[in-house]
Ligand binder design. Structure first.
Ligand code: ZN
Length: 230
């Protein structure tokens, strides 16, 4: 039994498991995110603005209408023939002019508000069309992510069963040692290539190489990782 080789295989599986878990976490984060929240908030803001503008328009129009009613009453008197005194007629006309002067700013403001309402309505329409387009693109992306998640989940399950099968082949004491060094060093097994420990870069002596090749777990004298020779 070549324990370093089995531990090296275990390490390869563990690295693949970590990668699959990280992949799953990233995909889940993508699925949980709401990239259209800002667009929805912008539309809600425009709708609130539209409500305010409409409310202002109703109030401004009501003010203008009040003046219009008073102007109509005065004009009705003016042209009724009931008032004949030139002095009174002049006074009525003066009042009418005065009322029209008071009404004018409300009428102007109402026109401005109507313009603003139209602009805001158009902005809402445009934003809603864009949002719908983004929603459709997002839905396509969501389906892609779901598929990816399923694939990663299957991959992880496969790796975990391979890990369990491999663990059955390795003496528990070697696994304990592996786990302990892994905790300390991140990776527990280091390949030896060209007489160099790939874990820390130190040159491994021929005697150590010989021992490592025998299949016994030999530790790097520098980083303490289990040495593995292919
Ligand atoms: Zn080393």
């Amino acid at each position: 039994m070549n324990i370093p080789r089995l531990l090296y295989q275990l390490q390869e599986i563990d690295l693949a498991i970590e990668a699959a878990q990280a992949g799953i976490a990233a995909v889940k984060a993508d699925l949980a995110a709401d990239p259209l929240a800002a667009e929805r908030r912008a539309i809600a803001g425009l709708k609130a603005k539209l409500d305010t503008l409409r409310h202002e328009l109703r109030e401004t129009s009501a003010e203008a209408d009040d003046f219009s009613v008073r102007i109509m009453n005065h004009e009705e008197q003016l042209y009724s023939g009931r008032v004949t005194s030139p002095k009174e007629l002049t006074a009525l006309q003066k009042d009418i002019d005065l009322l029209k002067g008071h009404r004018a700013p409300y009428e102007e403001k109402a026109l401005e508000l109507m313009d603003a309402i139209e602009t805001t309505e158009n902005a809402i329409d445009t934003a809603e069309i864009t949002l719908q387009r983004h929603k459709e693109a997002l839905e396509t992306n969501r389906q892609k992510l779901e598929k990816q998640l399923k694939k990663l989940g299957d991959e992880l399950a496969g790796l975990e069963s391979r890990r369990a099968a491999l663990l059955a082949e390795i003496p528990p004491s070697a696994v304990t040692e592996y786990e302990w060094i892994k905790k300390q060093r991140g990776c527990a097994v280091a390949k030896v290539e060209q007489s160099i420990c790939r874990g820390c870069g130190i040159a491994v002596t021929t005697a150590w190489m010989h021992r490592a090749r025998s299949g016994e777990p030999v530790h790097c004298p520098s980083c303490n990782r289990i040495l593995y020779l292919e």
